[in-house]
Design a binder for this molecule. Structure first.
Ligand code: ADP
Ligand code: ZN
Ligand code: ZN
Length: 841
């Protein structure tokens, strides 16, 4: 690539026509060749963004990325010109381009899909069609009445997008037709508005010249300035804000220029002189947004003996391994170990990426990290605004953020010098993106990224995924164990509560066993907090008529509607459909319409009834939609204003509270018997993780109560004994017997169509063709998934198992893609959609 760039820089001749192969943010599996206008060849670099026309009549304007520069014209069509070059420097570096290509290949999607997800939309400047009143318009007699009123409205605005216009026109109006008519009558002008280019907010800072950082030189300087008191005062003022006498490193961060020359002009001219004399130097950085300038307090962390050993073992294993698994029980202080390793990597001058599952990010861990790393650390989070994301992106490029903590999409940031990648809670399924493409697993992508940049990867978990643990067992990854809770705290005692028995004895109160209620009561008396886990939101998952068995179902999906009491609504959790709660059964008119089953909302309600004096909070998707809702709940709970916290799997991740001594788990059976080959692994992980929230401080052991109708189940015994290895041995045997991951790779193909027969036909054909080529044992299905209709599309799944060593995975994927393309271009199967999910979970 460098060579190509060279060619373009040295070429003075405009005789040659230059072309660029571009990545366009659209789902077409190829690069697009465009011509460079005169003069652009000397400026353009691979990885820079350009603006190009696209589509019929050049009707669209797209932001593209330059992937390749060359001089061979495309065959078969006339290349169009690039309209504009947006960047002087590449926005996407060569590692990222490699990543894009790899992901498109590996995850069977288009490189444009990858670009789309990778770039924050602030970097994908796109244009928007807008409509404007034509000031030269003079045929009012041609207008219809409606057009006339609309035009009067339009005059009030500088320009309107189609969307805004649609709102003016109201429902039922045909905006495109209307615009066409108005354009024909020359009443309006349509134009493309290109959104503003992104310009980060910069702050000008000053710092002492390096020569004066050391104490002796500083003293010499101050003495020298004795005779120029105004200048001396400016230096003193600087030192009051930035006490480099005590810590010379502070100087590197400098001080906002505005602080130094606050109010008086005297200091302003003195400062200018000092800068001219090279006592001070100025520099610019991108304004950090999240750190509210909290300086690193450098709260010296002291690792415990066990943590230090773990950290040393990890470093030692990195000598020979690229990936190491830290298997550390809940509350063992894995974060402290990470911090230690991060500091070492940063001291060595390399970049660090720390991945966390979505929800854990907004909380306590970030505060802990910030205390140590201050504004050296960037945060990349999906609830951040687009501008905030762009700033982190630019901060990584500029070197301001050597260290980023982020969610899965942080793997797309423009790192070029990674030394360490940490994937915390590596077993978390939220690392896998389901929709849209690329359907990538951030942990696996992180391992590739690290591989290219020769960085090390640390995977951490109390309950590693079987895939990862298997790799460690095989010796492909290193393995370090940390089986001691911090500060002499012990793992909680786990007790199984037999709900069948309690039902027989009629001691259950609704969903609550007497044992759980008593424990909650005791906890309230001791002023200790409790966490209650039910992995289902809403009030109840079903509404049914007692007389005729009618159940409320979604009109668009094959699922029952969930009753949400707070909003008096029935809702579909798949498509978002909402309806009112019927007072009478819509089928037979009976009044006996009742709810069946329970979700977090019902538990919250009941707790409030059982313990009216206590304060209960709920944390699930419904209560955390607002940007800061999650933090709010955590803060209130942390501050002890709340006695009980009810929640879905959101409360299982990474939370660290001092005063929680009881965890109650509902409906364990439903988790365990979920129809999926990973159900056992999943329930072990989920229950162990939520249990790990209890008794994290020394002094009193926590208690976990699991309500189940079958306490004999072996998995529950394994959970009680915290027997991860036992679980692993049993599960891995099963996986081997049935050739499931990690012994094979899975690719799930989902076929969709609004007509069930067509969907089925396409799926049958695809499965048959694949079976012919791959053999029956490698192809399962087509099968209707658990929810066989979503948004009025009928689904069929085909599952492909590819053994790791026996098959050429690349060739198989190419073959599958070919078969899919055949079907998609078959006229008889119009509008079938087929989605490939590689390494599906
Ligand atoms: P894990 O992620 O392994 O579940 P955490 O990293 O959250 O555990 O640590 C559990 C708690 O113990 C946290 O509150 C943390 O601040 C505290 N802790 C762990 N190690 C140390 C240490 N070396 N010094 C002080 N506090 C520690
Ligand atoms: Zn009925
Ligand atoms: Zn639905």
């Amino acid at each position: 690539e460098n060579q190509t760039n060279q060619l373009f820089f040295t070429s003075e001749s405009e005789e040659v026509t230059f072309f660029a192969d571009l990545i366009l943010p659209i789902p077409v599996p190829k690069l697009f060749t465009y011509r460079l206008p005169r003069g652009m060849a000397q400026l353009v670099k691979i990885g820079a963004r350009v603006i190009v026309p696209f589509g019929k009549n050049n009707g669209r304007v797209l932001t593209a990325i330059v992937a390749k520069l060359h001089t061979s014209p495309p065959s078969g069509y006339q290349a169009r010109y690039i309209t504009e070059l947006l960047d002087e420097y590449p926005v996407v570096n060569s590692y990222q381009l490699e990543l894009f290509r790899w992901m498109a290949d590996y995850y069977m999607c288009c490189i444009g899909d990858v670009m789309n997800v990778a770039l924050p939309s602030g970097l994908k400047i796109s244009s928007q069609s807008k409509v404007q009143f034509n000031p030269d318009f003079d045929y009012p007699e041609l207008l219809t009445d409606f057009e006339e009123t609309l035009l009067a409205e339009l005059k009030k605005h500088p320009a309107l997008s189609y969307e805004e216009l649609g709102r003016l026109v109201g429902q039922g109006g045909n905006v495109p037709a209307l615009i066409k008519s108005l354009v024909g009558k020359k009443a309006v002008i349509v134009f493309e508005e290109v959104k503003e280019k992104y310009v980060p907010k910069m702050v000008r800072k000053v710092r002492l010249h390096r020569n004066y950082e050391e104490k002796e030189q500083l003293l010499v300087l101050l003495q020298r300035l004795e005779k120029i008191p105004k200048q001396q005062e400016v230096v003193m003022r600087y030192l009051r804000h930035v006490p480099i006498q005590h810590n010379p490193e502070l100087n590197q961060k400098g001080l906002d220029k505005t602080i130094l020359n606050q109010d008086d002009e005297i200091s302003q001219s003195s400062l200018s002189t000092l800068i001219k004399n090279q006592v001070f130097e100025t520099f610019e950085i991108i304004q950090p947004r999240f750190s509210d300038n909290s300086p690193a307090t450098q709260a010296e962390i002291k690792l415990t003996e066990a943590q230090r050993t773990a950290s040393q073992q990890i470093m030692a294993q990195f000598e020979s391994q690229n990936v190491v698994l830290l298997h550390g029980i809940t509350g063992s202080g894995k974060t402290e170990v990470y911090i230690d390793l991060i500091q070492q990597a940063l001291a060595g001058g390399s970049q660090v990426l720390y991945l966390l599952p979505e929800i854990a990010l907004t909380t306590q861990i970030v505060v802990r990290l910030q205390r140590v790393f201050g504004d050296k650390m960037g945060i990349y989070h999906s609830k951040f605004s687009d501008n905030e994301r762009v700033e982190v992106w630019k901060g990584v490029v500029s070197g301001q953020y050597q260290f980023v903590v982020g969610v899965r999409s942080a793997v797309f940031l423009p790192f070029d010098n990674l030394g360490l990648v940490i994937v915390d809670e590596e077993h978390e399924t939220s690392y896998k993106q389901h929709d849209p493409a690329p359907r990538y697993h951030a942990r696996d992508v992180a391992i590739m990224l690290a591989h290219w940049q020769q960085a090390k990867v640390l995977l951490g978990s109390a309950t590693p995924s079987l895939e990862t643990y298997y790799q460690a067992k095989q010796g492909r990854y290193g393995l370090v164990e940390l089986f001691q809770r911090f500060g002499n705290a012990t793992l909680p005692q786990i007790v199984l509560v037999d709900t069948k028995q309690e039902k027989r004895q009629k001691t259950m109160k609704n969903e609550f066993s007497s044992i759980l209620l008593e424990a909650l009561e005791n906890n309230l008396e001791r002023k200790e907090q409790s966490i209650l886990f039910q992995n289902r939101r809403g009030y109840s998952p079903y509404m049914q008529c007692e007389d005729c068995d009618w159940t409320a179902e979604c009109p668009n999906c094959a699922v029952s509607l969930t009753y949400h009491q707070r909003d008096a609504e029935l809702r579909c959790h798949y498509c978002g459909h909402k309806e009112h709660v019927p007072r009478l059964c819509p089928t037979c008119g009976s009044t006996k319409v009742k709810t069946i089953g329970f979700g977090t909302e019902k538990l919250e309600d009941q707790l409030q009834i059982f313990f009216p004096a206590s304060r209960v909070l709920r944390m699930d998707l419904d209560t955390t939609r607002a940007k800061n809702a999650y933090q709010q709940i955590i803060q209130e709970f942390e501050a002890g204003q709340v006695d009980m916290l009810v929640g879905t799997q959101m409360i299982t991740k990474g939370l660290d509270f001092d005063n929680v001594s009881l965890v109650g788990i509902f409906d364990a059976d439903r988790l365990i018997h979920f129809p999926d080959f990973r159900a056992t692994e999943r329930s072990f992980q989920m229950i162990t993780q939520v249990s790990g929230r209890a008794g994290r401080r020394a002094g009193r052991q926590g208690t976990v109560l699991i309500q189940t109708s079958n306490p004999q189940q072996t998995i529950l015994q394994k959970i009680i004994e915290n027997d991860y290895k036992g679980l692993y041995e049993e599960e891995i045997q099963e996986r081997e017997n049935f050739n499931y991951p990690p012994f094979s790779r899975l690719i799930k193909l989902t076929v969709r169509h609004t007509d069930k027969a067509i969907s089925h036909q396409a799926a049958e054909r695809l499965a048959a063709e694949l079976t012919d080529a791959l053999g029956g044992s490698r192809v399962l299905g087509p099968e209707e998934p658990l929810v066989e209709r979503i948004r009025n599309q009928f689904l069929f799944d085909i599952l492909i198992k590819i053994e790791r060593d026996k098959v050429n995975v690349k060739a198989v994927k190419a073959y599958i893609q070919d078969r899919i393309n055949d079907i998609l271009t078959d006229k008889g199967l119009r509008q079938v959609s087929i989605v490939a999910d590689v390494d599906c979970l």
